[in-house]
Write a protein that binds this ligand. Sequence first.
Ligand code: NDP
Length: 439
Amino acid sequence: QKSSPAQTEFYQAAEEVLDSIRPLLDKDKHYREQGIIERLVEPERQIFFRVVWHDDQGRVQVNKGYRVQFNSALGPYKGGLRFHHSVNAGIIKFLGFEQIFKNALTGLAIGGGKGGSDFNPKGRSDMEVMRFCQAYMTELHRHIGATMDVPAGDIGVGAREIGYLYGQYKRLTGSYEGVLTGKGLNWGGSLARKEATGYGAVYFAENMLQDRNDSLKNKVCLVSGAGNVAIYTIEKLYELGALPVTCSDSQGTLYHEQGIDLALLKDIKERRRGALTEYLDSHPDARFISVDEYPADGHAVWRFKAQAAFPSATQNELTEADAQALLANGVTCISEGANMPSTAKAVDLFLEAGICYGPGKAANAGGVATSQLEMAQNASMTQWSFEEVDNRLKEIMRGIYQRSSDTAREFNQPSNLVLGANIAGFRKVADAMIDQGLV
Ligand code: NDP
């Protein structure tokens, strides 16, 4: 029931899930009888709080803080923190809702949650980011714990932010425990965590294509975003012999026909925290399309000739018109690194066309899965090699693909991985909720 008009993204996410699990609900009546839908769309707990900190000029700054603990039927709440000016309760709720099914699909023991703030780290000094993170954790620490709720990064929360958050948690609790994932490698982090979401989205694409006797080799690929997910998607695409020709940020889209210069992109975004336009200083043959030149009905990044696409920036960044352009330009494989990047109408077009389409909750689950591997390493006080984590990630992505595709077949819609992923995730969580009674 739409009792809160501001939660547009949450309704979009919930409607997609509820529509696609209808065949299961019609077949197995007990899910309705047990009130599972009504229980599932209501978070177990939502924490909204004030975050007060000093900027470098000594002025008082106030931001909104959020943590939504959505569902703990399968394990401790798990899901990232997003720091971005666009964050509001509806966005955190949509992300937390998606996280329940994504985490269930990994086959690992993790529940769903999400959090964040409308604080934007961009343009802030390291000291301002530190003071904000300390103020944020001063409230959050009482609600999280290694077996209760384990946050991670998301947009605007990378290694720097996780470090400051962890330091403050330790100071407040006196406890050195795996309460955040995405930690630094020399203080409890996991090798391959940074790479996991991007690599995972590419492994997912490879799994979809293999089933059609195809592969990513020699495919021209469009990637959006220029952050953690986009960078490691591009890295893995090169390793598998594909050619990524685009990336984007909130200022515009970069197109480089000979292939994105990955070392330069990492230097600009990971080291300098700079703008994509700086890329043109070294590669004047590349093109930069600024957001004010974008088509009115969509996003420039999806308007180039290619065979595969990897949306890796943010929600609703791929419209119906973008989907039409992708299909007309020859794209036959889409694997979503971002959460809900395609609008509902765009998804309908992909499903009608019968192309390989990997929805975010399946295709980008490699990040959270590797976070769980970080929790396992912390709990056993060990550190696994890069190869070991990467091999497990590959296996997990294969498993997610298999579960989604087997379930899609079971319901006679073999190429519909939206239906497959939603039903497989839902069934696992719903069965656990029923086993655990009315809690
Ligand atoms: P980052 O902050 O590292 O990068 C985000 C990128 O997307 C930046 O290039 C940013 O540009 C761009 N971007 C963000 N918001 C907007 C916007 N409103 N309009 C245009 N561009 C935008 O985040 P991640 O790479 O970690 O996350 C990207 C997506 O992947 C998100 O949807 C996230 O939820 C999802 N995801 C991430 C996981 C992870 O492990 N990190 C796990 C699973 C999903 P700019 O810098 O200019 O703002």
